[in-house]
Design a protein around this ligand. Structure first.
Ligand SMILES: [Zn+2]
Ligand SMILES: [Zn+2]
Length: 360
């Protein structure tokens, strides 16, 4: 397991070698700029003790832990550029294996949920594979451009439904590619079209204000975007959650919905209840590791006297670095092979968790 992890040290050495070679070339230039350079901080010295084998942020690496088979999904035909997956009665996921959206066919039309710009041009083609009915409704999961800014490519604008906070954020964004919702709600909205139902609900801020749950009860399918990433680490800093305690609570909230299939908005496959449970277990372990690291690390240890006297931010940065190193070390043996891209984002997650624990 640990042999798959890339150590950071050889890369630092490689960088140092390159730097030495460059040094000769730029020597003259460097002397001319010496005044300015004297104001730049000193280059890094020795790494902290017990440095994790997972490369830290800011170090380029050439080898990552392989993505486990459990994180992979059915392949995409590159000639087509998307794939359809039927989730239940007339409900489909459409995906490019990086983003995911849905559409639901009813008696006289089609309801689309999200329109990621990365493949929105294919959504009409995907729908045409199963029906010739027109798109009548578009639902926004939340305001983020990477999930909905393909809305314009769906043609003449259908009814657009979103949370009222999403409308507020879109009014501020003034983005022609994200037309404003025409129907908004605060707590719940039930969309009944023909014999089909989608239940929309709001569970508070986590990823960002206005991010909603979209539940298809007949299909036992729940779509919640940017919270749970089936088989994968969350994107960095809990998918840039606006509210980390809210994010942790929302994973619990997802478990309360009686779904069988989860559409998370990302990665190459849908999720199961087991995926949500695994994400929750990881988050609990992460929280425990960060709590312990904060409790057992002393600010200021090993910081030189001058810095300690005049630069409290540097003292604190050193403290947080050592907390996060302990957090990463604690989690790596158990989790590095369980969730894809553990090594890509574990530093970010530990930094985000320790900050939330200190200030939220
Ligand atoms: Zn988002
Ligand atoms: Zn996203």
């Amino acid at each position: 397991m640990t042999s798959k992890l890339t150590t950071y040290a050889p890369h630092v050495r490689a960088i140092a070698t390159c730097a030495a070679a460059l040094l000769a070339v730029v020597a003259i230039e460097a002397s001319a700029k010496s005044d300015r350079q004297s104001n730049v901080s000193q280059s890094a010295n020795a790494p902290y003790p017990n440095m994790p084998r997972v490369a830290p942020i800011g170090v380029r690496i050439d080898r990552h832990v392989p993505v486990p088979a459990s994180a992979k999904g059915p392949p995409i035909d590159p000639a087509i550029g998307y794939r359809l997956e039927e989730l239940g009665k007339d409900l489909y996921m459409i995906t490019d294996n990086a983003y995911q959206s849905m559409f639901m066919v009813y008696d006289t039309g089609v309801v689309v949920v999200d329109a990621p710009p990365s493949y929105a041009a294919h959504i009409a083609k995907g729908i045409a594979e199963v029906t010739d009915k027109p798109i009548t409704h578009l639902i926004y999961s939340h305001s983020h451009a990477d999930h909905i800014a393909g809305a314009k490519t769906l043609g003449s604008l259908p009814t657009i439904i979103a949370h009222e906070e999403t409308k507020r954020l879109l009014e501020r964004a003034q983005d022609a590619n994200r037309p404003l919702p025409t129907i908004t709600f605060r707590d719940r909205y039930s969309l009944e079209v023909g014999s089909q139902i989608l239940e929309l609900s709001y569970h508070g801020n986590a990823h960002e204000p206005g991010n909603i749950f979209i539940y298809a009860p007949a299909q036992q399918t729940l779509m919640v975007v940017d919270i749970v990433f089936p088989g994968w680490m969350p994107w960095r800093r809990f998918a840039v959650a606006h509210d980390v305690p809210g994010y942790l609570a929302q994973v619990e909230e997802i478990r309360r919905i009686p779904f069988k299939i989860l559409v998370g908005g990302h990665v190459a496959r849908t999720g199961t209840r087991a995926d949500v449970d695994l994400q929750r277990e990881f988050l609990e372990d992460l929280k425990s590791a960060a709590v312990k690291a904060l409790a057992t690390t002393k600010p200021g240890e090993g910081v030189n006297a001058n810095t300690a006297r005049e630069n409290p931010w540097a003292v604190f940065d050193d403290y947080i670095d050592r907390v996060v190193i302990q957090c990463v070390n604690e989690l790596t043996p158990e989790w590095s092979g369980k969730l894809a891209a553990y090594d890509v984002y574990i530093w970010d997650q530990c930094y985000s968790m320790e900050q939330s624990l200190r200030i939220d």
